[in-house]
Write a protein that binds this ligand. Structure first.
Ligand code: PMP
Length: 405
């Protein structure tokens, strides 16, 4: 059968995730040190796992309310108030989802009419553009630059706003750069969102993982923003709960109601055992991840120092668990660098282009890996870089400042 005639052209037109494609090269190899997939290297804290086990033992295996367990929604509003300084009504303004992934999909499907433009900053998480396209929206990219430590410049944002712009997606700290937003720039971006009547989806999944005593500022707290912001957060990163598939959206009731409609037909509810685990995670709060955060900060210091010492320029990112060193000086493209490093030294990093064209000239390294493995990976990378430099290749061209697609 010719399946290409059976599969929607919309889906056929979507690229596969560059990260997953790259990691198929690594699967089955036990000799590889992976600085690749972005997930904590430790399992979920024991008491959280235990809460889920207990709930199963009690026979809690049913559906929950479409919105999620009311007790969990209450815990979420308490946590969000503490973490972001914003209050929500647990009955009408919170929706529990299957990860931030589902929440993003629900938000786009609930908000977009065909042809509506959604602006997001690149390099960025791989799913934004495909999720927008699956909701028949038009992805519009605004590039961020290393010279600004990958913060979104309001000036660059303004250039891509058109009368069709409906939504702006923000993600700070950012996957894949670790970049954060200076408060004054965030204020300028918020002012543009108000001026152009944009809805802002803020993906706050790394907001707990901040370093050097930084305090997180979410755009939702800025003047005029609460009514136009969908705040997305989840348990995957800070609580090391990627496999539980649990997240949530907080927003004004009409937006949550619209997202809930999609959710109730496509997902019904998040799994009850994951919701019970999430409840326990929020009871623990910061104590569940503060040690981990401190340990990430030390690993970040180690990896940033080693990369700069080997001549791969790397700014010191304020958050998440990624560094985004520039590899142009080697004369290799991002993909060549990642593939040759894997072949020559069995170290896996992700080509920057997996996160959009603005990632050319960079690779992403996830440092949620044991410090001794990071040190070993850095020794191997340094040897690789020296070998490549001896080949005397031409440096790779710089990406343009802004582009749309
Ligand atoms: N947003 C960003 C920026 C991410 O990096 C990820 C996961 N890597 C997600 C969303 C998806 O998270 P979840 O596990 O909650 O679906």
């Amino acid at each position: 059968m010719d399946y290409s005639t059976k599969i929607s052209s919309q889906i056929q037109g979507l690229p596969r995730s560059g990260i997953r494609d790259f990691f198929e090269l690594v699967i089955g190899r036990t000799d590889v040190i992976s600085l690749g997939v972005g997930e904590p290297d430790k399992p979920t804290p024991w008491s959280i796992r235990e809460a889920a086990i207990r709930s199963l033992e009690r026979g809690q295996t049913s559906y929950t309310s479409n919105l999620g367990l009311e007790s969990l929604r209450h815990a979420i509003t308490g946590y969000v108030e503490q973490q972001f300084g914003m209050g929500y009504d647990a009955k009408k303004e919170v929706l529990v989802t299957v990860g931030v992934s589902e929440a993003l999909d629900l938000a786009f499907r609930a908000l977009l009419n065909p042809g509506d433009e959604v602006i997001f900053h690149e390099p960025c998480y791989v799913s934004y553009s495909p999720s927008i396209r699956m909701a028949y929206g038009v992805p519009v990219v605004v590039n961020t630059r290393e010279e600004n430590e990958f913060a979104l410049m309001a000036e660059d944002l303004e250039k891509v706003i058109t009368p069709r712009s409906r939504v702006l997606v923000l993600n700070f700290p950012t996957n894949p750069t670790g970049g954060i937003m200076p408060r004054d720039e965030l204020e300028r971006v918020a002012a543009l969102a108000v001026k152009h009547d944009l809805i802002v989806i803020t993906d706050e999944i790394y907001s707990e993982l901040l370093y050097d005593d930084r305090v997180h500022h979410s755009i939702v707290t800025l003047p005029g923003m609460r009514e136009r912001t969908i705040l997305l957060h989840g348990f995957s990163k800070a609580f090391a709960m990627t496999g539980w598939r649990l997240g949530y959206a907080c927003a004004p009731a009409p937006l949550i109601e619209a997202m809930m409609k999609v959710h109730q037909y496509c997902m019904l509810c998040a799994p009850i055992m994951s919701q019970m685990a999430g409840l326990e995670a929020l009871k623990l709060g910061r104590s569940a991840f503060e040690d981990m955060r401190q340990s990430y900060e030390q690993r970040r210091n180690l990896i940033v120092r080693r990369l700069n010492e080997m001549g791969l320029h790397c700014f010191n990112p304020g958050g998440a668990f990624y560094v985004f060193p520039e590899i142009r000086s080697t004369g290799l493209s991002s993909k060549e660098f990642a593939i040759q490093l894997l072949e020559a030294k069995s170290v896996a990093v992700v080509p920057g282009t997996a996160f959009g064209q603005a990632g050319e000239g960079f690779v992403r390294c996830c440092y949620a890996t044991a410090p001794d493995l990071i040190a070993k990976a850095m020794d191997l990378m340094e040897a690789f870089v020296n070998e490549v430099r001896n080949r005397n290749l031409e440096p790779v061209a710089v990406a343009p400042a802004t582009s749309a697609r």
